[in-house]
Ligand binder design. Sequence first.
Ligand code: HEC
Length: 334
Amino acid sequence: MLSRQLGAGALRNAVSAPSFRLKNPLAAPRAFAQVRNASSASSSSPLESFLNSRITLVSVSLFTAGSVAWYTHLYGSLPFISQVHASHASDEGLHPPAYPWSHGGPLDTFDHASIRRGYQVYREVCAACHSLDRIAWRNLVGVSHTTDEVKAMAEEIEYQDGPNDQGEMFMRPGKLADYMPPPYANEEAARAGNAGALPPDLSLIVKARHGGPDYIFALLTGYVDAPAGVEVREGMNYNPFFPGGAIGMARVLFDGLVEFEDGTPATTSQMAKDVVTFLHWSAEPELDERKKNGIKAVILFSALTLISLYVKRFKWTPLKNRKILYDPPVDKTH
Ligand code: HEC
């Protein structure tokens, strides 16, 4: 057999060498074929040992159990096992349309003017019933308002502090470090003020509801008269987007309800869009930063991947190009 020395960079030759051998199996010398057989016959195939291994069995079982547990945790029902409901599919609530949020795409950031208007809507409308426990005044600084503006807004609210030297609690104007004041002292007071329904805290509502911002927007703008045949109890309101259809919160947004300082017309949908953008920010204040870091990571890791692919081929070229031949010693006695 012709022994050929290949240059270290001759990747293409290395690729074509085995195919030459495969195409002409009979042309290969016997000694060569035997060496190949002897080396490959003793161990079972890697696929076989992978399939038979106990580690594979255990990890696949764990993965299956984990997936089922995860699914059940997320959706509250077992996958592939249908359940019987004494209700209509429409009782689950109408699916909200997908709205083109200005911060929706992977490269889009929050519209901060919208967050500012949205805060105004929250403060003037929603704050009468809904708390925003996880947002402190300082969180607004640099996002929607300047430090001075936020300080002035916080000072308008009285907070309890203390105890003082006499051991008494006292009231003082709010500071940047204070959290948004809740409208009700406790859950019972909130329910009592809303005919038994509890207005949920809105800090994380965008993340806490299926459909996220689309759902909240559809809910706020989706109040309609109940269709024929649908009974809505006294004190409840019909909203097709709310699961069940009857919601304790009445329609709160009406055209011209607030007056935006930047002159934006305060239509119902404009206010809803702004307040949902604000609530999305309060649920995911890290969104802008997260997307920026995501882009950085994609750029960095794809560059590293390309480099490592190149280095791998570069380092392996001499090995992949090497051809080992066995030249049996010629018996000279005969
Ligand atoms: C008059 C009091 C009141 C006002 C004002 C109000 N809400 Fe509500 N809201 C409620 C009550 C009560 C509920 C609970 C309804 C229920 O569970 O049936 C609720 C529920 C909600 C829910 C949760 C719906 C769900 O899927 O569970 C969202 C979101 C919401 N309100 C947003 C807002 C926003 C945004 C504003 C301001 C634009 C606002 N609300 C103004 C009383 C109010």
